[in-house]
Design a protein around this ligand. Structure first.
Ligand SMILES: *[C@@H]1O[C@H](CO)[C@@H](O)[C@H](O)[C@H]1NC(C)=O
Ligand SMILES: *[C@@H]1O[C@H](CO)[C@@H](O)[C@H](O)[C@H]1NC(C)=O
Ligand SMILES: *[C@@H]1O[C@H](CO)[C@@H](O)[C@H](O)[C@H]1NC(C)=O
Ligand SMILES: *[C@@H]1O[C@H](CO)[C@@H](O)[C@H](O)[C@H]1NC(C)=O
Length: 383
């Protein structure tokens, strides 16, 4: 709709524009909000998107079957984005269901389209079904990193690493405050693989030693920068981790010590590659978020780390008829000084939204509180 001008604006103006765009963006431009001191992430797990209108819904009530397709997944995403107005949308894999998709790139474009249409920054990882269509795992990730508004990255540069889509994002403090140029919240995205390629080990893939080494190094550098570079902070910034396949430690809970439901087994790899222990040792990750098992949606805390399912989002994905498709929201809140200046992170909260008439909010809980020595949780909410 823009008419081409006969001449370009003067060079100084272009340079000024480039400077402002670059300065305003920072690392992907993620930062906490000025008014509320919050940063909100919407996690969308397992859309299983295929061909749109012609792709039928699975596991819905008989009365819901007619006219139900991938487009219902799209409609749910639009409703949620409008209702929650997140600062970042995270797609944790099985975004598309390759086996039923005619064109993997087209399916991915359609699946992510609502986030792009609403001009929201988003990040994605891959699951175990994204590559079953016309693109390989590498090809799917390559496509994702080329899409509009994405903060997804292929892999860290200059590092030998397993998988595709291992990267981290930094969230800056509130503009104009002392922490404006520091990453007060960190996010790690890892490729948890698809299936084991080792003949003697059956089942799903796992996070490999090379990925753990990258995570350890990145976490250590972020923590060092936060606590030593001016203005230096007393404690490392908290972090969130996102990937697809549950770690074996997701099996550590029963209904007595999680919030949400467990309606199927935990489909983790059959061996433990140690990433949970690595996160505990690193110390900054307060919660890890996954998908993969669509009808589990709980959070449980083990050794100071919350392990959370999002619950299945997509209508073409298996689910449970009569049990609403859902998504998980995480809202991170900054501390405020008595003089009213925003500081570092004070608390991390979560809830889920159901695709029912009212987009019902359920299972709100505090995942972490600063100063609670890892004992944060419902019983220790000091707010
Ligand atoms: C799917 O979308 C159609 C069209 O908007 C709607 O009539 C139907 O109720 C939706 N089905 C479900 C299960 O949400
Ligand atoms: C943050 O960086 C911007 C741009 O480089 C600079 O103008 C500002 O003074 C910095 N703020 C702080 C608190 O260091
Ligand atoms: C830590 O700070 C150094 C120096 O500014 C920078 O080069 C490095 O990338 C930072 N580490 C991370 C993980 O961002
Ligand atoms: C949860 O409770 C069960 C017993 O109901 C116990 O065996 C298990 O160790 C608990 N898990 C955690 C992480 O506290």
């Amino acid at each position: 709709h823009l008419r081409l001008r006969s001449s370009l604006p003067p060079l100084p103006l272009i340079l000024l524009l480039v400077f402002f765009v670059a300065a305003g963006k920072g690392d992907g431009g993620l930062r906490f909000r000025q008014e509320s001191g919050t940063f909100k992430v919407l996690q969308v797990a397992d859309m299983h998107y295929a061909d749109g209108r012609s792709t039928r819904c699975r596991d819905v009530l008989p009365a819901q079957r007619p006219g139900c397709s991938d487009l219902n997944t799209t409609a749910f995403l639009y409703r949620l984005l409008r209702a929650e107005d997140p600062d970042l949308v995270v797609f944790t894999g099985d975004n598309i269901y390759g086996a039923d998709s005619t064109d993997a790139a087209k399916s991915m474009d359609a699946a992510i389209a609502p986030a792009i249409a609403m001009n929201l920054p988003w990040a994605a990882g891959i699951g175990n079904h994204d590559q079953e269509g016309t693109l390989s795992r590498e090809g799917v990730m390559q496509h994702l990193v080329g899409m509009k508004n994405t903060l997804s990255r292929f892999n860290p540069e200059g590092v030998e690493i397993d998988g595709f889509g291992n990267y981290n994002l930094e969230v800056g403090g509130v503009e104009g405050t002392l922490l404006a140029n520091k990453s007060v919240l960190n996010m790690y995205f890892l490729d948890s693989g698809d299936y084991s390629t080792v003949p003697s080990i059956p089942g799903y893939g796992w996070i490999k030693a090379s990925q753990e080494a990258w995570f350890r190094k990145t976490s250590s550098s972020l923590q060092k920068n936060y606590t030593s570079q001016q203005p230096s902070q007393k404690e490392p910034a908290p972090a969130l981790a996102y990937f697809h396949i549950p770690l074996p430690e997701f099996s550590s809970f029963t209904a007595s010590n999680f919030t949400g439901v467990k309606q199927e087994g935990i489909s983790s790899p059959s061996i433990n590659s140690g990433f949970f222990t690595t996160m505990v040792e690193a110390g900054d990750v307060k919660a890890a978020f996954i998908g993969h098992d669509h009808i589990n949606d709980f959070c449980g805390k083990l050794t100071g780390i919350q392990l959370c399912y999002a619950g299945g989002f997509g209508y073409h994905a298996y689910g449970k008829a009569g049990w609403s498709r859902r998504a998980r929201v995480v809202s991170v809140q900054l501390e405020k000084t008595e003089s009213g200046e925003w500081q570092g992170v004070k608390s991390i909260k979560t809830w889920k939204r159901l695709d029912d008439q009212h987009l019902t909010t359920i299972d709100s809980e505090v995942l972490w509180n600063r100063g609670s020595n890892g004992r944060g949780g419902k019983d220790h909410d000091r707010s």
